[in-house]
Ligand binder design. Sequence first.
Ligand code: PLP
Length: 452
Amino acid sequence: LTETAKVSPTIAKSIVQELVDQRRHLKLIASENYCSLSTQLTMGNLLTDKYAEGYVFSRFYAGCDNVDAIEAEACEQAKKLFGVEHAYVQPHSGADANMVAYWAILSARVVTPALAEMGETNPAKLSVEDWNKVRAITGQQKLLGLDYYSGGHLTHGYRHNLSAQMFEAHAYQVDKATGLLDYDAIEKQALELKPLILLAGYSAYPRKINFRRMREIADKAGSVFMVDMAHFAGLVAGKVFTGDFDPCAHAHVVTTTTHKTLRGPRGGAVFCVKEFAEYVDKGCPMVLGGPLPHVMAAKAIAFTEANTPAFQTYAQNIAKNAAALAEACIAEGLMVPTQGTDNHLLLIDVRSFGLNGRQAESALRRAGFTLNRNSLPFDPNGPWYTSGLRIGAPAITTLGMGTEEMKEIAAVIKLMLASTKPEIIKKEGEPEALSKAKFVIEPAAEKEARAR
Ligand code: PLP
């Protein structure tokens, strides 16, 4: 940091402030964690200076021997950890990993057969007219993923995301009464649509998914079964999700981030069966440019760390803590959709306190909790204000917390929500209204919460 400060005191100061912030606030964001020092140091070094477009042992640049060794090791460790046939560790993020997976599936199942029909194998040799014919076919393909409001991710076909431009994007929702996935309803929808890709995975669904059942649905509909395990990869690595609940045992293609429950560097990866391997490896030039050698090295470290009994204990503890936190929240009288959790996260419906998610999020930050507001299924408050909170146990489990601390966290959340009210807006000549953004907290409650 001394070197950083010599160039930019502003940046050095922000790094120190972030350290203070992460130490002083309880990190309850479900997608965040604390990676190990070995991961951080592997990520921050001279490897960042190297270009290595291409993939392992097949590069467009000279001098890639060390990056080859690094990427090969990361792929090998990923294959061992998740028991997958093929691994690609270049995506810079989970969103990139999904783009690579989508284009790989389109290439394998749509573009290659279309080219074969035209008697050509190399798209670069096609005329613009013929290439446009191929593009027209790829644009007609259907994607069926979990609805954003049911906990799906933006990249799963949300209208503002590229995925909804690439595909005719359709969504399945959770059941309105239970908040759970209804596999029979998904099957019916998939058989009607016959999508190219049936996608499972979530950012905010508090239950486990039966991937064996989803694969059966995909097979019946003639779809490629893809799972985005970005959120729960650590629970897969740590053997919390096994058998029917292990995505790597059932999906054709699995994408992930490496920085959430998996506790590695910020980044993504794609795993797949052999059929898609050569297409996934074309992530560069399909979607990506040069890979990040320093991050691939750190991914190798994280995969190795995750393949240990200590990590399995950690993963089990995440699930135990999340379940204990949900139970404690219910005991405090908070509304927990689906009445609990099977994974690392839970949702809280804050409407009974007269608040929206944004107000609840901001009020809790004042008490020292960093967590995020989240849309609930069929949320009337939309994605900006929302009606819910999403709370995750990965980071606090890394800190070594256990079920006793979960009770205390639930009690403080209750105290704060019960002591926060929307601010009353008074405008000349207009009736009084409740603010959607501003709020007031009873000072004594805030003081007590901060002290606890
Ligand atoms: N997929 C899911 C399910 C996610 O929850 C996220 C991020 O929250 C992503 C993909 C995107 O990951 P990234 O932010 O690394 O692009």
